[in-house]
Design a protein around this ligand. Structure first.
Ligand SMILES: Cc1cc2nc3c(=O)[nH]c(=O)nc-3n(C[C@H](O)[C@H](O)[C@H](O)COP(=O)(O)OP(=O)(O)OC[C@H]3O[C@@H](n4cnc5c(N)ncnc54)[C@H](O)[C@@H]3O)c2cc1C
Ligand SMILES: C=Cc1c2[nH]c(c1C)Cc1[nH]c(c(CCC(=O)O)c1C)Cc1[nH]c(c(C)c1CCC(=O)O)Cc1[nH]c(c(C)c1C=C)C2
Length: 549
């Protein structure tokens, strides 16, 4: 997110690299805001969506089944979610939106304790009591009780690891190694000891600096929420700007944002792929957008080439032919490790800065059993995560219970008082009958050696590990596991490693891009958005499209 981006000249040509949701939504917003600008969107394959990939296949019983090979839900409370869902409704896909309510099974999350037992992350007094009785709560109560009295760091203290901050605030390493390490594995596939506090627990960083302690900040927040008697909250500046720029009714947006805030997560019936598919179909109809199935291989131009107004993209089309195109502005909406090779030939200093950002690789293993539910009733929930305190010989990060999520999906009513498009039954979005669908995520930082280089096991070995883990953690039988359908995907370098100091590293890259290419290049996607989630990259895409329009 480059704060210095300025308005594009009339009839500018823009190249967007990457047809994941960051590139697609940027193309959609800019294409709408600036009909005079000609945009070319490059993606290596005709399927849009990047890591979002809903795979439609046949189950062992010959019936159709959809397996998510990437994300399946996104959070309800986020500006980006308001933009995504409002646009999907405008595009006629409102009926596909599904919500998970706070009281549904899918809002329960579990963490594996050191003895391989699943313990629910507290969301009620009963689950809190069970959690406090488990070894996962070690150091938590005592740590919280004395937290307000522990010395805060100075306002200008440098970034540190999330583990260092949590250990300082709780007075022991146990909360970080138990609950928190699991939670952050379930977002970053990384180790709390190697994650930037500013990136992963930014609010705690700000709270400590502003209030001296996390408990004091929570207390102040509670008091101000209690004192606030105002009616419906105002729209956030970003959503308000979206409403104005795209001619959307403020009251409708307020009601959508208000409704979304009630749901911990949202999904789409038939798979999350519907989201990029809908945006791609929309931009394909824009007269000022061209879709190019091709891989960008190089970026040249800017100050170094003596022509600040033109950036050249080299790309290989689907037939393998090489081409070059000149653009007034290029949006790089790919991960930092994919940006690096594009500038390798022409901008060595920028290449080395981008190349210094490493990424984690995750193996995703989907499992499907028609006709039987092997998730024990007491563990029905979103899934479970494995903390550092568990020996974890399989290097499992966590398991998502897709069948529970699908069965918890309820149609999302569009406006206050509007009737849902279909009855909010558990089975509305799920295949008929009983089944088990789950996704195990393996590896991430657990694959990496001390230098950060991963060793990725074979497909057979990874599936064997998942089977061992599921039989130990859930009591799954060898007969059920061997009879299941399995799908293995290596999501190579799929999440940037947000190491301590990442924020400064990213800011330095953005400064270099601005200096080298003037207004000719901007950066989006997971590496440069506020966070790695889908709503974050979409908010970032809109923010920068607004600056350029
Ligand atoms: C395993 C996993 C699970 C996740 N789960 C969730 C979740 O539950 N909820 C959530 O909110 N987020 C989740 N995320 C994060 C989410 O996937 C990202 O926020 C989102 O995919 C980022 O979109 P993007 O467009 O920036 O990047 P990508 O999805 O990486 O898309 C980039 C696109 O650019 C293309 N590309 C790459 N190089 C080039 C090139 N040289 N030329 C042209 N095109 C190129 C790629 O092929 C791809 O299509 C998950 C991520 C992973 C890896
Ligand atoms: C076990 C590994 C992973 C699981 N999901 C991801 C990994 C690496 C990746 C991921 N999951 C989410 C995000 C976006 C976060 C954001 O800031 O928006 C990313 C990058 C979302 C997510 N993760 C969990 C939930 C409930 C959600 C959706 C709603 C939300 O953002 O709060 C927790 C969770 N993730 C995984 C499991 C097994 C799990 C909980 C049991 C898998």
């Amino acid at each position: 997110m480059l704060s210095q981006l300025t308005k594009l000249p009339a009839n500018a040509r823009v190249g967007v690299v990457g047809g994941g949701v960051a590139g697609l939504t940027f193309t959609y917003f800019l294409g709408k805001l600036r009909p005079d600008v000609q945009i070319t969107l490059f993606n290596p394959e005709s399927r849009p969506g990047g890591w979002i990939h809903s795979w439609h296949t046949q189950g062992p019983d010959g019936r159709p089944v959809m397996l998510e090979r990437g994300p399946r839900t996104f959070r309800g409370v986020s500006d980006g979610t308001v933009l995504i869902l409002d646009t999907l409704m405008q595009l006629g896909h409102g009926d596909n939106i599904r919500s998970v309510s706070k009281d549904s099974s899918a809002d329960r999350k579990f963490v594996l304790d050191p003895r391989d037992r699943l313990v629910q992350v507290p969301n009620s007094l009963g689950s809190l009591a069970r959690f406090l009785a488990s070894p996962l709560s070690k150091g938590l109560l005592w740590g919280l009780a004395g937290e307000w009295a522990r010395k805060p760091v100075g306002a200008d203290a440098p970034d540190e690891s999330a583990e260092a901050l949590l250990t300082r605030r709780f007075g022991s390493p146990y909360p970080a190694r138990n609950l928190f390490s699991a939670v952050y594995r379930g977002i970053y596939a990384d180790d709390v000891g190697r994650l930037s506090a500013q990136k992963a627990v930014g609010r705690m960083v700000r709270d400590e600096r502003a209030h001296g302690s996390l408990t004091a900040a929570a207390w102040a927040r509670w008091r101000s929420a209690k004192a606030d008697t105002s009616a419906a909250p105002e729209l956030s500046p970003l959503v308000a700007a979206y409403g104005r720029a795209l001619g959307r009714d403020a009251q409708e947006l307020r009601s959508l944002a208000h409704r979304l805030a009630q749901f911990p997560m949202l999904g789409l019936t038939g798979g999350l792929q519907q989201f990029p598919d809908a945006f791609q179909a929309a931009v394909a109809r824009f007269p000022n957008v061209a879709l190019c199935t091709g891989t960008v291989t190089g970026l040249r131009g800017g100050a170094g080439a003596g022509d600040k107004q033109a950036v050249a993209l080299e790309y290989t089309d689907a037939q393998g032919a090489q081409h070059k195109g000149k653009f007034s502005h290029v949006r790089l909406a790919v991960a930092p490790n994919r940006m690096a090779p594009l500038v390798a030939g022409a901008n060595a200093p920028l290449f080395s800065k981008l190349n210094a950002i490493r990424s984690n690789t995750v193996s995703l293993v989907n499992m499907y059993i028609p006709g039987k539910d092997i998730v024990p009733a007491q563990f029905r929930g979103f899934g479970y995560l494995v903390p550092e305190s568990n020996a974890n010989p399989e290097k499992l990060l966590g398991v998502i219970f897709d069948s529970v999520i699908e069965q918890s999906f309820a149609p999302f009513a569009v406006a206050d008082g509007a009737a849902p498009a279909a009855p909010a039954t558990a089975a509305a979005a799920a295949p008929a009958g009983i089944y088990t669908k789950l996704t195990a995520m393996v590896g991430g930082s657990l694959y990496n050696d001390a230098e950060g280089h991963p060793t990725i096991p074979s497909e057979a070995e990874t599936i064997a590990r998942v089977k061992r883990a599921l039989s130990r953690h859930l009591g799954a039988s060898p007969t059920d596991l061997d009879g299941a359908q399995w799908l293995h995907t290596v999501a190579r370098d799929c999440l940037p490693q947000f190491v301590p100091g990442y924020g400064a590293q990213a800011a330095e890259i953005e400064r270099a891009v601005l200096a080298d290419y003037a207004q000719g290049v901007s950066l989006g996607g997971m590496g440069f958005a506020r966070g790695p989630g889908i709503p974050d990259v979409v908010s970032d895409a809109f923010t920068d499209a607004m600056k350029l329009h």
